[in-house]
Design a protein around this ligand. Structure first.
Ligand SMILES: Cc1cc2nc3c(=O)[nH]c(=O)nc-3n(C[C@H](O)[C@H](O)[C@H](O)COP(=O)(O)OP(=O)(O)OC[C@H]3O[C@@H](n4cnc5c(N)ncnc54)[C@H](O)[C@@H]3O)c2cc1C
Ligand code: SF4
Length: 575
């Protein structure tokens, strides 16, 4: 499978860390000489020439790869006669984690399409292509050079999603002594200040209260002061498996054939990031706003009515099921969160989709998405270092190949490397669960999730991984660890039928590693978890195990760990 996915077996034993980039020199003199217009690849240079910004400018407006929205706050008051937009493709964004080919391609293609729209509008744009000969490889370095060239009175941007990026850009602005104005991101329903105010004085930051507050404030799924249908939450209706017959015929997903721009990007990614995980052979993500809107409409009509009921179900070989696949378009800001929520509510009000499905979907966006953003920005930068359970194991190497006998993991990782996509329960209760039970260092789990999904941006990925999936924040996000045995996967999927392991067994040749590691996890953390009232039932079951059973489980878990190799990191390379 690894070869099929374009991963050379030889390089899999080596986990590439962040690469060193050339030091960016403030080369404004040479830019003046050779660059009366933006530096870009050959194919974009001609188009760029028409709207070349002239130095000096009033505002240099920074647009990042996940801010592809012409209505963004950074562009308020944009005056093409005296301002310019800056966009840069840099290798750092694909190399600070081992970004999959799908993920890099989606960003680059969407950025290039957005740049073409800006040019068509006649807006001055300084666009640095990844393959421009003097691209220095980092956002801060490229920005420093642009500042030196355009000598702006101020830099303006919409609040970036990632803490790291904000620090880098602030550093570049400070070094050049140019003010940086960071504006609120109107894409979201709430600001980080709103979340901080909500969090103040609360012992626990649970989703439900924040979600209700946002529904009331924004009048979403409300009938006057009461929630539509008299209930805030239809979660209990949304946990069904598919049963023995499976999901039946699922509507085909919205996929978009790569146009010339995307094909150019795919070729570039295949060359420049040849050793990176996954493949772009099946690339079909929306990369323009027009495509994203088509995907949204198709979802609302074809999938939304069935969204809730089987939200937690898994089925071998079924990649798309009834999920929306919109996270990527949302996170790149090709779609607004408000318009997605409004489209879902309209379908309910028009009688085209039932309330439990619509409420379940809206809760993901208005609830979870706004909630994890609040957690991220109120907890960073310490949050990324959290490791409440003291987990230290290395990430097993099959996470980068899908080559494992465990059918559920093989399926989830295989589709992840092929499409850059897995749905929530695959992430939480298959790949995430195994990493939790195996005891993988949370930072390594985080780096994997950030690397492999097309929708992966740190503000949403980190809390989901560290907090919800790995319990590494000690309960800031989740009230208990999402620990379960192979029986959970058996109940929610058909994976176990085709697996050489048996989810009912925790010891012996056929023992399911999830089940073994589940009991081993409870044994390892028994003392710590006793204090958690929500773990009562699980610990009660643990108490029924005899001393002999406990020893056999510990021995089996230890053998499984020994037989599960990690990637060997290159000496001196950071994880
Ligand atoms: C370990 C782990 C890592 C994750 N990493 C990311 C990530 O990098 N980027 C990302 O957008 N989501 C992430 N999620 C959340 C969720 O799994 C994805 O948003 C979802 O699977 C994307 O597929 P979809 O668009 O078909 O979502 P759907 O199932 O159709 O859900 C609708 C939308 O709701 C939002 N949403 C759903 N669940 C969450 C959630 N838990 N947190 C925030 N938003 C949510 C997404 O925007 C999604 O598009 C992660 C979850 C886990 C457990
Ligand atoms: S038996 Fe265990 S490893 Fe195999 S598919 Fe089921 S849960 Fe996964």
């Amino acid at each position: 499978m690894g070869q099929e996915l374009g991963i050379g077996a030889l390089l899999l034993r080596r986990l590439p860390g962040p690469k060193e980039h050339r030091t960016c020199q403030p080369r404004y003199l040479s830019m003046n000489k050779i660059n009366a217009r933006p530096r870009s690849s050959d194919s974009t240079a001609a188009a760029a020439a028409e709207a070349s910004p002239r130095a000096p400018v009033r505002h240099l407006v920074l647009v990042l790869g996940d801010q592809l929205d012409r209505g963004a706050s950074a562009l308020d008051g944009f005056d093409p006669s005296q301002d310019a937009i800056w966009m840069a493709e840099v290798a750092q964004e694909s190399e600070h984690v081992w970004s999959s080919k799908q993920r890099t391609a989606v960003f680059l293609s969407a950025m290039r399409h957005f740049a073409a729209e800006l040019r068509a509008q006649g807006w001055p744009l300084h666009y640095v292509a990844l393959d421009a000969p003097d691209n220095c490889g980092t956002l801060a370095g490229e920005l420093a050079m642009a500042i030196a060239f355009y000598r702006p009175q101020a830099l303006v941007m919409t609040a970036p999603g990632d803490w790291r990026v904000l620090q880098d850009l602030r550093g570049a602005a400070l070094a050049a002594q140019v003010p940086l104005e960071v504006r609120d991101d109107r894409h979201f329903f709430s600001t980080v200040r709103d979340f901080a105010a909500h969090a103040k004085g609360r012992k626990q930051l649970r989703l439900e209260y924040w979600y209700r507050e946002l529904r009331q404030k924004n009048g979403i799924l409300m009938d006057g002061k009461a929630p539509a249908g008299g209930q805030w939450n239809f979660d209990a209706d949304n946990r069904a498996s598919f049963g023995a017959k499976g999901p039946g015929t699922v509507p085909p997903p919205s996929r978009f054939a790569p146009d010339a721009t995307t094909q150019e990007v795919l070729a570039l990614v295949n060359t420049r990031f040849a050793s990176h995980p996954g493949s772009v052979a099946d690339f079909g993500w929306p990369v323009t706003r027009a495509q994203a809107l088509l995907a949204l409409n198709a979802f609302v009509q074809e999938r939304l009515p069935f969204f809730g009921e089987h939200q937690d179900a898994l089925w071998e070989g079924e990649v798309w099921l009834y999920h929306s696949h919109l996270a990527c378009a949302l996170n790149l800001k090709l779609l607004g969160a408000r318009e997605v929520v409004a489209a879902a509510e309209s379908a309910f009000r028009a009688g085209a989709a039932p309330l439990p499905a619509v409420e379940g979907f809206i809760r993901q966006i208005l609830g979870w998405r706004e909630y994890v953003r609040g957690i991220y920005w109120t907890q960073m930068p310490q949050y990324q270092e959290r490791n409440a359970l003291g987990a230290v194991a290395d990430l097993p190497d099959f996470y980068w190949t899908g080559e494992t006998d465990m059918a559920c993991l093989r399926d989830a990782i295989g589709q992840t490397l092929r499409h850059g996509y897995a749905h929530h329960i695959q992430r939480l209760m298959v790949t995430g669960l195994y990493a939790l039970l195996f005891g993988v260092e949370p930072k390594q789990v985080h780096q994997w999730y950030l690397a492999v999904y097309v929708d992966a941006v740190e503000w949403v990925e980190l809390p989901n991984t560290l907090g919800m999936s790995q319990f590494a924040d000690g309960g800031v996000m989740a009230s208990k660890p999402y620990a379960a045995s192979g029986k959970y996967i058996q109940r929610m999927s058909n994976h176990c039928k085709g697996c050489r392991f048996d989810p009912a067994l925790s010891v012996g040749e056929a023992a399911c590693p999830f089940t073994t590691l589940y009991w081993d996890f409870l044994l390892r953390y028994e003392t710590v978890l006793t204090a958690n009232p929500r773990m009562g039932m699980q610990l009660k079951n643990l108490a029924r195990l005899s001393t002999e059973q406990r020893s056999a489980i510990v021995a089996q878990a230890s053998r499984h760990r020994e037989a599960t190799p990690a990637l060997i990191r290159a000496p001196g390379v950071a994880p």
